[in-house]
Write a protein of this length. Structure first.
Length: 757
């Protein structure tokens, strides 16, 4: 029988050693078995007289493994740098044993195993050029699929989506404590379905849990969305159900709910330590998305996850939990697979040897034009579209295209000179990284055009945001020490080209009588006597033509504020600014309203101060309104003094930079971590902790803060400490030269910041 439908997901049936493909057709989703696919791994071993191995003996040794289905000889590029293919052995395994076989062979044969990082499901998607949420045609006999074909195109920009049944789950806990415990009973459960709330509250907790199961069975959702489902919600439901011997099931095959306790880990990511608990709750036949940990899911739709699946050829539950670096790697793995390049188990791209002077010349990063702290009127913001990724594509930057040879056998016909550096880019062969990014850039440009045309803008914004996140990370991933296809020289080549681009941009600005107020890597802020739309558009066109990267105007500011550094008032922080566009919208970067460690109360205080300043339409009006902004700050301080603040709005957040026992100083983070360890919590570097400041200046360190888990009704916040945060939020808005008595009305001289401090 031949059918058509939507492939939503794939899982492994470990008992029968086959794939289960979850297909939606005629409004229903069902699992079909497929046993015609075997994942593969590769081995390359140099065989010579010294090793004592022959090909036949080597292959025979490999075949002895009980979970190996077949062995074939093929030719592949063993390294990304190889010009010719080498003989390798391709080993097919059962779908349930790929990693196990890879480990066994590595131990027995003492040789690296390639492609082991591509999961069986991902290999199935790649080899069949199909992906979750794509259209398929399949033939089946009963519940077994005999053949399957993709009807969808990964490169498509406008594509149809399946009609998914989606619900959200929220559990409200009955507790008198500030921080609920696992032992607290369920008060009620709320399901969010098709724009309505379904509140589940029966006469007792046991019946409430049973009713939840009834709703899951009757609604039969394809997607279940939670906030904290991996670490909290489902663990709590599991424990509450266990009390009554209830086996909850959220999977379509009736697998009972379990919580996989993963191995926690801390690691560096983009200049900060990040912690991942390792806990995951995934379902079979249904897709669980934990919104608190997914960079691709939006509360208004799953389109971002869908686009991620199409790019990464990975299951939706995995994609929703992937870091943007992991999606980058998956895209590169796909292209390597298609280009016959073996994927190594570890990075094998050491940095070329350099002298100290060469390192100093190479390792300079992107170019920044140092701004002066001030209030600037009539400023135009322009930026480059995906500058670093575009450079990597247009300049063919990839690890294997870096050439350090002093002579070129092709008479430099295919060489691209890297500005200021002593190596070149070879253009004879398309680079893997450039190839991987080209489609992402093209699709993002297509989505942005559809958004500007107003065609289903909400849908395409979510897809565009997924691609934006991947492109933002691709440059950092290129230099990441564990990136399988990364190289430091390629990373520095990108920044060298970027510096050249910004310098050429400045030249064009000067030619057109425009002054650069500020510039950060791929964005610039300019002003001049003529900032008409036509003049600025001409500037953008000239820049785009000269540097081969599209530049566009982002907006015109009535005024733009670049504040002073707290430690050096004459210097401006490079990443801190805010302003008001001529349409009245406000943009902020780097200040408290954008910082994740700011409590809600201080953030609200600063937002209201900015709104007060935004009523000024010019620099002079801004200056006159500084005192009014300070009055707003004073009002927030008075509320603190009166005790008229919800304690939940004062909760501060910080990320631990090390494990609790490694702290030597008595910082607030260290004190909170030690409080949590004392009550039995498992705390690691990279985890976020929440706390209140209670006696911030106490000589007894442990009294300075209180971990949120220990807060009681009797807990009191430190008025002075939070008042200082409000004052700092005000200070960070005003350049130092305007925090002077001359800037204020005489009636308010006693309220000046300098007097207050």
């Amino acid at each position: 029988m031949k059918d058509k439908g939507w492939l939503l997901d794939a899982t492994i049936d470990y008992e029968n050693r086959e794939l289960i493909l979850w297909i939606k057709k005629d409004g229903r989703t069902k699992g079909y078995s497929y046993n015609k696919f075997y994942p593969s791994i590769f081995i390359h071993k140099e065989l010579d007289r010294d090793t004592g191995w022959t090909w036949n003996r080597f292959i025979q040794s490999v075949k002895e493994h009980p979970k190996i289905v077949n062995v074939e000889r093929e030719k592949k590029y063993v390294s990304i740098y190889d010009r010719e293919k080498s003989p390798v052995i391709r080993i097919y395994t059962t779908v349930d044993s790929q990693r196990e076989v890879a480990r066994d062979l590595e131990d027995r044969l003492h040789t690296p195993v390639y492609h082991a990082d591509i999961s069986p499901i991902q290999q199935f998607f790649i080899e069949n050029e199909m992906f979750p949420f794509g259209r398929i045609e399949f033939e089946r006999i009963g519940n077994k699929i005999t053949s399957i074909t993709s009807l969808d195109d990964r490169e498509a920009i406008e594509y149809e989506l399946p009609d998914l049944e989606e619900i959200g789950i929220e559990v409200l806990i009955q507790t008198e404590a500030f921080f609920p415990q696992d032992s607290d009973p369920i008060h009620n459960i709320v399901l969010f379905h098709k724009g309505r709330k379904i509140r589940i509250r029966e006469e007792n907790e046991e019946k409430t849990l049973c009713k939840l199961q009834e709703y899951i069975d009757s609604i039969d959702p394809d997607v279940i969305v939670t906030q904290g489902g991996d670490n909290q919600l489902f663990r709590y439901l599991f424990l509450r159900a266990k009390k009554y011997d209830i086996e909850l099931s959220f999977s379509r095959d009736r697998t009972r709910l379990t919580v996989q306790e993963g191995s926690p880990g801390s690691y560096w990511q983009y200049n900060q330590i990040v912690f991942r608990s390792g806990n995951q709750v995934t379902f079979r036949g249904r897709i669980h998305i934990d919104n608190s940990g997914s960079p691709y899911y939006s509360p208004s739709g799953i389109e971002g996850v869908i686009e991620g699946c199409r790019l990464a050829f990975a299951p939706p539950q995995r994609v929703s939990r992937m870091t943007i670096g992991a999606v980058n790697a998956a895209v590169q793995f796909y292209n390597a697979y298609k280009m016959d390049i073996l994927i190594p188990p570890i990075k094998k791209n050491p940095e070329y040897l350099k002298s100290a002077s060469e390192i100093a010349n190479i390792d300079r990063g992107g170019l920044i034009f140092q701004p002066r702290p001030d209030i600037y009127e009539n400023v135009v913001e322009c930026d480059f579209a995906s500058m670093y990724p575009t450079l990597m594509v247009t300049r063919n930057i990839s690890p294997e295209t870096i050439c350090i040879r002093t002579d070129c056998p092709y008479d430099y016909r295919h060489c691209i000179d890297v500005p200021e550096l002593q190596f070149r880019i070879c253009g004879r062969k398309r680079g893997l990284v450039a190839e991987s990014l080209e489609l992402i850039i093209r699709k993002r440009d297509g989505f942005k055009k559809l958004i500007s045309d107003g065609q289903m803008a909400s849908k395409y914004k979510k897809m565009q945001n997924t691609l934006k996140g991947i492109l933002v990370s691709c440059f950092g991933y290129l230099g990441f020490r564990n990136a399988r296809f990364g190289r430091v020289e390629a990373h520095t080549a990108v920044t060298a080209f970027a510096r050249e681009v910004l310098l050429k941009t400045r030249e064009i600005a000067e030619e057109m009588n425009l002054e650069i107020v500020h510039g950060i890597v791929d964005s610039i802020w300019i002003r001049g006597k003529d900032i008409s739309h036509d003049h600025i558009q001409e500037f953008c066109n000239r820049v785009s033509e000269r540097v081969d990267i599209k530049m566009s105007m982002k907006g015109v500011y009535q005024w733009l504020v670049i504040p002073s550094s707290r430690t050096h008032p004459a210097i401006a922080p490079l990443n801190r600014y805010y302003g008001v566009f001529i349409n009245g919208s406000i943009k902020t970067r780097g200040i408290e309203t954008r910082r994740r460690d700011t409590c809600l109360y201080v953030g609200d205080c600063q937002k209201e101060m900015i709104r007060t300043l935004a009523r000024g339409k010019s620099k002079q009006e801004f200056i006159r309104r500084i005192i009014k902004a300070y009055q707003v700050c004073q009002q927030y301080i008075e509320r603190l003094q009166a005790g008229d603040v919800d304690i939940r709005d004062l909760v501060l957040h910080s990320r631990l930079t090390r494990d609790p026992d490694q702290y030597r100083a008595t910082s607030r983070s260290a004190l909170v971590a030690k409080q949590l360890v004392k009550i039995g919590r498992d705390i690691h570097a990279g985890q976020k902790v929440r706390y209140l400041m209670t006696e911030a200046d106490s000589e007894t360190p442990i009294r300075r803060v209180c971990a949120l888990e220990l807060v009681k009704e009797s807990t009191r916040y430190d008025v002075e400490a939070y008042s200082r945060l409000c004052i700092r939020a005000f200070e960070n808005l005003i350049p130092a030269q305007y925090l002077d008595k001359k800037c204020y009305d005489q009636d308010y001289e006693e309220m000046l910041l300098t007097d207050f401090c």
